[in-house]
Ligand binder design. Structure first.
Ligand code: MIG
Length: 711
């Protein structure tokens, strides 16, 4: 990996492992990249006609990013239509896959533009107004190996507790203790597994971080315990902006210790978000991080074990200056006869006061004693908020895992927490976007991620929630979340048939946890992807083009149904595979599918899953939550023409003991003998609870060999 330093870049801490990094001068950069830095930074590359350009993590568009412009500038964008250029994240990695294969990582904390064949169809142009940055060129002979080099350089991904792989239920908001209790009762009454319930902004006293509204939640620690005794954890939201209010400790301490961002005059910058006027903690200042990070203890001390960080782009509804200016303008035109231009100007006067560049240019951080304009380091804000929390957890509780994920992010934040993909809508297009975004997120290290299942804004119908849950089944973060005012969308909120389907679907998720967890942990430790495009494992042209099928871990391929009123879909099989068109995980039905295109019927209650050739899938059992699962007996499914091996990784799921050997590995191997039968053997490293494996081994003629093996 080559690094070219241009100007005097801000240290983003994105890259932390320099073992494989060679510094080179701008003038010795490979000839196929044209770089200029005099009028801002500009890089161009002539793309071959069939080059594919991967990357950019969280953004709109497909896996192949060609044909559009994308801006890395963390934005509170709540309408994710295809014309948008930025979502909440800045993930500046792209990988070109063509005759030349290489990755580019633009290590820059401010705005970067990626014009990937929009202006000129075969020209990739990357530009930044501010030409102080590190450019990394990552070479390798495949997208997979380039991704791995990059992942090794950015450091290990965050590992959540194992219970965070269970199903999670959220809504803006379950406003009080009673409504949360009711929801947990409904989960148990309907026998639908669930591990967590989210607390959105209404749990706070007037949207003040690190407070609890005592009227809605009297005796909070007792409540947390009651809910935990029922098998659920509560996950409160934390917002970036802190209410400006005399007497509120967070306000007073932050002001007194100079921990907030300041304006041009050095006075605390005032913006407005939920609580009205707020100050923004200067997360780029290590003192602020320590202070704010330790405030999470207010909730941890009351029994809380997980958090989601919101509004940390940061979202700003308006600034004091911005709103004054807008009112002034409105006053000026109040009595005028507004024509088309002045009328639209009036409308945008108000709508453009939110998240305005002008505001981002008007406040400052203090880094190493120097003031830095927010706009220039904008993409570091959410990262540092989450780092504040992550560092505090590991300092105060070095051997405990917390659930933590964020809305805004940049590369490097993946070491501290995961992300959710923000305010999507109950649109089929957003189920599709969810599916296409997952491998891109993995490329930049965000393995613990997922979208709001069912959609955040707009109303979901039962079909959408079902199909989305069937896909979400495989995302490490599996959370159903919906906005204020939208249709209720918990899994039991539709008709009884849908409840039944979703129960089976979610039971299936729990049964898949041994596999999901094992593949997740191996992906973290080996710097591999958990969600992979087909081209990571298959070299044929069609596999390079397919965007609506994914590999999950080493053993399976998914072909989700993501269109309305579909009763099936086409699936590309790069090789023959074993189809399990699952309804219930206890009902194993296997069919060999030949390579090529196959049309598959998929009823509303089915989740099609393809087991790859010479691979092994292990299935455990469901329970009402992750900790209650009993996997003494597990099931094996394998499709073998020669031999297959699998390593099932496991650990306690709550501590970091795995770092010191506190984990187990169950190695399974299946070998086809000369007589056509199979030998199944196992060996165990560490201790496992698994006592028995019920196997289903299918040969290429479709013959199934079943039996069980005690271990
Ligand atoms: O401006 O806390 O993306 O998940 O429910 C909206 C309320 C603020 C945005 C988050 C969403 C959350 C909502 N928040």
């Amino acid at each position: 990996m080559k690094k070219i330093r241009i100007g005097k870049p801000f240290n983003t801490e994105a890259i932390i492992n320099f073992d494989d990094v060679i510094d080179i001068e701008l003038k010795s950069v490979v000839s196929y990249l044209n770089i200029s830095k005099d009028d801002g930074f500009k890089l161009t590359f002539d793309m071959g006609k069939s080059d594919i350009v991967y990357g950019l993590g969280e953004n709109v568009g497909g896996l192949n990013k060609r044909g559009s412009i994308y801006d890395s500038f963390c934005t509170d964008e709540f309408i994710h239509t295809p014309d948008k250029k930025s979502l909440y994240a800045a993930h500046n990695l792209i990988i070109v896959d063509g005759e030349r294969k290489f990755g580019l990582f633009v290590d820059h904390p401010g705005k970067v533009r990626f014009d990937i064949g929009f202006t000129y169809k075969n020209i990739l142009e990357i530009s930044a107004e501010n030409a102080n940055l590190d450019l990394y060129i990552i070479d390798g002979d495949s997208v997979k190996s380039i991704t791995k080099k990059f992942r090794l350089a950015i450091g290990e991904s965050y590992i959540p507790p194992k219970w965070a792989f269970g199903f999670q239920q959220s809504r803006w908001s379950y406003p009080d203790a009673k409504s949360i209790t009711d929801i947990t009762d409904k989960f148990r009454d309907n026998k639908i597994p669930c591990d967590t319930i989210y607390m959105d902004i209404d749990y706070m006293d007037n949207y003040k971080n690190f407070t609890i509204d005592e009227k809605k939640f009297p005796n909070f620690p007792k409540f947390v315990k009651e809910i935990k005794d029922k098998g659920f954890r509560l996950i409160p939201i934390i917002d970036a902006g802190c209410k400006k209010e005399d007497g509120y400790d967070i306000n007073d301490e932050g002001l007194q210790k100079n921990l907030y961002c300041v304006d041009e005059d050095g006075k605390p910058f005032v913006g407005a978000v939920w609580p009205g006027k707020v100050h923004f903690p200067d997360f780029l200042n290590p003192k602020t991080r320590k202070w704010f990070g330790d405030k999470y203890n207010f909730l941890i001390d009351q029994g809380i074990e997980g958090f989601w960080n919101d509004m940390n782009e940061p979202a700003i509804f308006y600034s004091e200056k911005g709103i004054k200016k807008a009112f002034k303008k409105i006053d000026e035109i109040r009595d005028q006869n507004l024509d088309i231009y002045s009328f639209f100007d009036l409308k945008s006067t108000m709508s453009s006061i939110s998240n305005s560049v002008e505001d981002y240019k008007s406040f400052y951080h203090k880094v190493d004693g120097k003031f830095i304009r927010h706009y220039d380091v904008h993409n570091q804000y959410g990262y540092n908020m989450t780092k504040a929390a992550g560092d505090s957890f590991s300092n105060n509780y070095p051997n405990k895992r917390f659930l933590l994920f964020s809305r805004a992010s940049s590369v490097g934040m993946h070491r501290y927490g995961g992300i959710w993909t923000g305010d999507n809508k109950s649109w089929w297009e957003h189920l599709e976007l969810n599916m296409k975004m997952m491998p891109s997120l993995n490329m930049v290290g965000f393995l613990y991620s997922g979208a709001d299942i069912g959609g955040f804004g707009s109303d979901a119908n039962s079909e959408l929630i079902t199909r989305w849950t069937q896909f979400g089944l495989f995302t490490p973060l599996l959370r159903n979340h919906a906005a204020l005012g939208t249709r209720i969308q918990e899994p039991f909120s539709f008709d009884s048939e849908t409840t039944d389907i979703l129960r089976d679907t979610l039971n299936f998720r729990y049964a898949l946890i041994p596999y999901i967890y094992s593949e997740y942990m191996k992906a973290v430790k080996d710097s591999e992807s958990y969600f992979k495009p087909l081209s990571f494992e298959y070299e044929d042209d069609m596999s390079r083009r397919i965007e609506d099928q994914l590999l999950v871990g080493d053993s399976i391929m998914l072909a989700p149904v993501y269109k309305a009123n579909s009763t099936g879909r086409n699936v590309w099989l790069p090789e023959e595979m074993l189809l399990w068109n699952a309804k219930k995980y206890t009902d194993i039905n296997l069919e060999v599918k030949r390579s090529g295109f196959n049309y598959i019927d998929v009823d509303i209650d089915q989740t099609p899953l393809f087991i790859r050739k010479n691979k092994i899938l292990l299935i455990g059992n469901h329970a009402q939550n992750v900790e209650a699962i009993d996997n003494t007996e597990i099931t094996l499914i394998s499709f073998v023409d020669r031999s297959a091996t699998y390593t099932l990784y496991d650990d306690d799921g709550t501590t970091n003991n795995y770092k010191n050997g506190g984990f187990s590995e169950l190695n399974i191997s299946i070998i086809k003998r000369d007589d056509g039968l199979f030998t199944l053997s196992t060996n165990i490293k560490g201790t496992t609870n698994i006592k028995k494996i019920n196997y289903n081994i299918v040969n290429t003629e479709g013959r199934i060999f079943t039996g069980s093996k005690t271990i």
